[in-house]
Design a protein around this ligand. Structure first.
Ligand code: CA
Length: 378
């Protein structure tokens, strides 16, 4: 240790240094300035906290997603004993919702909280880390990411942008959406104007419908005025908060198009690697804890909200008929396979994803699925 660092570490002044240096020399005279061997060094001056910014695609404090980002920031502060303090910015506070990827990439902020399907314009492969129609459930997604090679692929996809990705939550299986007419055959989707983004929207288009892109705030008025015929959003917790039950009669399930939407927290690679090793580990693990916690939060709140919608708001729950789901699955398989062909990285991710899904389907047929079916027998 250099003398200057030692001085700083011990929090002692220049006068003492002379004495200390003298004490370390073999021929140094024994003077009263020499500390006794068991002397306790003065405590180091407190570290200045590292201040990070987290930009998000969510309106500030948005239930489940925005609050999930807040919880992660708080957790990082607590786990690091205040050595890292993260300030969360809602969409448009520092940069626009869809600008967060570039903002963190260039270092305007150190962290970003969003969903990977927003970045398909940057990399087609990104969509596989958020939601794929008839893809992986939340549990399967975590298995693929942490123990099935998914995380390494995600890191490869984000590396050219100087970003380190992490799964930071999941909504679980979403709902199929709100409709004002019954869906009995695939033909009932023809001509239907529905708010449904991403790959799910492309599937609807192939079924003869018209997918419409609308931000959250415009969904309710559009459904109420008849500008759209149907909409999907998230699940009972968020849908109830938007009042969607006041504008549509039937609430269809399951959300085949978003079977376990994963949220993300990406970190600027240089900022992460500039941290001491222990803080890097803490940040990575805080994200991992937040990932688990958001799914638990959504599950608990969806349970209660569904009960409220059915018991207190007269919502009619409907399951998509099997025949409709079979056709939507066939269309989805085509759409997703075609998407993967758009670039070699997307194909590489697709191959891993589909292989994992097929394995998971076999295992879950005799475990989760078999159990949930057994439990619901009356
Ligand atoms: Ca959705």
């Amino acid at each position: 240790m250099k003398r200057r660092e030692l001085v700083k570490a011990l929090g002692i002044g220049a006068v003492a240094v002379g004495g200390l240096a003298a004490c370390t020399e073999d021929k140094a005279p024994k003077t009263a300035d020499c500390p006794k061997p068991d002397a306790t060094p003065a405590p180091a001056a407190p570290e200045k906290p590292i201040e990070w910014r987290m930009v998000t695609t969510w309106p500030k404090n948005f239930p489940g997603l925005g609050t999930g980002a807040n919880n992660l920031a708080k957790l990082i502060g607590e786990m690091t004993g205040g050595r890292i303090q993260v300030k969360v910015y809602g969409a448009k506070e520092l940069v626009g919702a869809l600008e967060i990827f570039d903002a963190v990439s260039r270092g305007t902020a150190e962290m970003g909280h969003g969903a990977a399907y927003y970045w398909k314009g940057k990399s087609v492969a990104a969509q596989f880390f958020a939601a794929v129609p008839f893809g992986l459930s939340a549990q399967e997604m975590n298995s693929w990411l942490y123990h099935g090679g998914g995380m390494e692929l995600w890191e490869e996809v984000y590396a050219p942008f100087g970003l380190v990705p992490g799964a930071a939550g999941s909504t679980g299986v979403q709902m199929g959406g709100w409709f004002n007419k019954e869906i009995n055959t695939i033909g009932d989707l023809e001509g239907l104007k529905m708010r449904i983004p991403g790959l799910g929207g492309e599937v609807l288009k192939r079924a003869g419908g018209t997918p419409v892109l609308l931000p959250g705030g415009e969904i309710f008025p559009s459904l109420q005025s008849g500008a759209i015929d149907a909409t999907e959003w998230v699940g009972p917790y968020n849908d109830l908060a938007f009042g969607l039950h006041k504008a549509a009669k039937y609430y269809y399930y399951p959300g085949w198009h978003e079977p376990g939407t994963t949220l993300e927290c990406f970190v600027n690679k240089k900022a992460l690697e500039a941290l001491p090793k222990d803080l890097q580990v803490l940040v990575r693990n805080a994200i991992r804890i937040a990932n688990q916690d958001m799914l638990a939060d959504f599950t608990a709140k969806n349970n209660r909200a569904l009960e409220d919608l059915v018991n207190n708001h007269g919502v009619e729950l409907r399951k998509f008929p099997d025949e409709v789901l079979q056709k939507l699955k066939a269309l989805s398989d085509d759409v997703v396979a075609e998407e993967a062909k758009k670039d070699p990285m997307a194909q590489k991710v697709y191959d891993s994803f589909v292989q994992f899904r097929d394995q998971a389907m076999k295992w879950h047929a005799v475990s989760e699925q078999a159990y949930l079916n057994a439990r619901s027998l009356s």
